[in-house]
Design a protein around this ligand. Sequence first.
Ligand SMILES: [Fe+2]
Ligand SMILES: [Fe+2]
Length: 165
Amino acid sequence: MTAKLVTPAAPPPVPHVTVEDAIADWIDRPVGEVIDHILSRYHGPARRQLGELRALAAAAAIDGALADKLALFDEELTQHMVKEERVAFQMLRAAGGHVGVAMRVMEHEHVLIDRLLAELRDALPVGADGPPGRAQLAILLAEIEADLAPHAALEEILFAGAKAR
Ligand SMILES: [Fe+2]
Ligand SMILES: [Fe+2]
C-alpha cells in the first residue's frame, strides 16, 4: 500500500470553536444535551483525528521517542473517552453513584492529556522546516489542540457541577 500523506476527503472539517463560545452556547443547557453534543462534536471527530494521526505518523516514518509519545497520546485520549462514555457520562446522566470521584479522575486525565499534547506540539511545531509528513502532523496536532480546549472546558463544567452536588 502506498503511503498516504493527504487528508481524507470525508467527513468535512467542523469549524473550531473558542472555549468562551463553547461555554456561552452550552452552559445553560441540560446535562444530557451537553453530553450528546460532546459525543457528536468532539468524541467522534477526535477518533477520526487520531486515526489520521496514526496514518500520518506511519506515512512519515516517525519512529523513536516521538513515535512513542504519539502512541501514548493516542492511547491516553482514546481510553479517556471510553471511560467518559462508559462511566462518567452515564453517572452524570443518572446523577448517582460516586460521581465526585469519577469526575476528579477525568479532570486528572485532562491534565495528563494536555501535558502529552504540549510535549508533542513542542516536538512538532507548525511551520517548522522538515519533511512534508511532519508538517502535516504538526497541523493535525494543532487542530486536535483547538478541539480539545472547548471539549475539555465543557466537560469540566459538567464535572464541577457533579462534584458540587
Ligand atoms: Fe471527552
Ligand atoms: Fe474528557
